[in-house]
Design a protein around this ligand. Structure first.
Ligand code: SF4
Ligand code: SF4
Length: 306
């Protein structure tokens, strides 16, 4: 079991926002949703991907001849050398990374076994113990790797380390559901109530998400709910009131985090050769406070950010 591997694209040590106390948060690569506002686009695909930081390129040309598919070109424009990578041709073989000494060519995603990952997580154990924290497993979508995550949760439990799973809730396999049941705490996203709008904005129906949250609530699973507030997508009064009303009817919701839109992930779209489609303004602080009050009116402990 401990030889199963999963792609990890990021590990954050010392997080205060992914559950109780000080936590180490692991991001597994691959997600069934493709949210328009996704701030971790490197977590969408299930395989390691080439990461190109154009600003680091010194136009040495080392990478051009080693690329087996001729995906890389350097062209001159008004005396300036421009790097280009044709993502249709790139096979993510990563040969260019070996010859790029500036770090312009890199990758998102490294494969870990459960034992290798646990060795990394265990180094922060003293912080978990002193703060009531633990390990948070997110992504992407952690439940897409149920055997791996169940083995990791088991190992944490054997070592008395608290576990949280950050999930989009779109979980349809029995093993994926078991992951949600086994975690000590869930960080659960609710991105909308209307099924048509949800499919349009995320690519999937919200039916399993709403069914799962009710089932998890019925077994008393502690949950922090994350509600992204994206202008023009999820921020109508009607949508937020419907979400608040649903959450207010549940008994296992310990906290609601109102997640205002931000553009921290924009640079990663360029690094992946993806188009950044979001074009929205930040939500004014007064509006954020009003939204918080709306959720509190349903008896929900609510905070801005998460
Ligand atoms: S990772 Fe892509 S761009 Fe780099 S050498 Fe391989 S195919 Fe070429
Ligand atoms: S090897 Fe790196 S620095 Fe050199 S041209 Fe390629 S991307 Fe730029």
């Amino acid at each position: 079991m401990d030889q199963i591997k999963a792609p990890i694209f990021h590990i954050i040590h010392g997080s205060f926002v992914d559950g109780y106390g000080i936590r180490t948060t692991v991001f597994l690569k691959g997600c069934p949703l493709k949210c328009v506002w996704c701030c971790n686009p490197e977590g969408q695909q299930f395989h390691p991907e080439l990461k190109v930081t154009f600003g680091k390129c010194n136009a040495c040309g080392n990478c051009v001849p080693v690329c087996p598919t001729k995906a890389i070109t350097l062209s001159q424009d008004a005396g300036k050398v421009n790097l280009d990578v044709d993502r249709q041709l790139c096979t993510n073989c990563f040969k260019c990374i070996d010859v790029c000494y500036t770090g312009a060519m890199d990758k998102f995603g490294e494969l870990y076994t459960v034992d290798e990952l646990f060795d990394v997580l265990k180094k922060d154990e003293q912080f978990y113990r002193s703060s009531g924290g633990g390990v948070t497993i997110g992504g992407g979508e952690a439940t897409c790797y149920p055997e791996f995550v169940l083995a990791l949760i088991k190992k944490c439990k054997e070592n008395y380390i608290h576990t949280a799973v950050d999930t989009c809730g779109y979980v349809t396999s029995p093993l994926g559901i078991k992951v949600l049941e086994e975690a000590d705490l869930l960080l659960y996203d609710i991105k909308g109530i209307d099924p048509v709008a949800h499919k349009e904005h995320t690519g999937v129906s919200n039916q399993p998400i709403l069914e799962n949250i009710k089932r998890l609530d019925a077994i008393g699973k502690p949950m922090f709910i994350r509600v992204p507030v994206i202008p023009g997508y999820t921020d109508s009064e009607e949508t937020l009131e419907a979400i608040a009303s649903l959450l207010g009817s549940l008994k296992s919701v310990e906290r609601v985090d109102i997640m205002a839109v931000h553009e921290f992930g924009k640079v990663k779209y360029e690094q992946l050769g993806m188009e950044y489609k979001l074009n929205v303004q930040a939500i004014p602080p007064e509006r954020q406070e009003k939204i918080k009050a709306m959720f509190e009116a349903h008896g929900l402990k609510t905070q801005l950010g998460g």
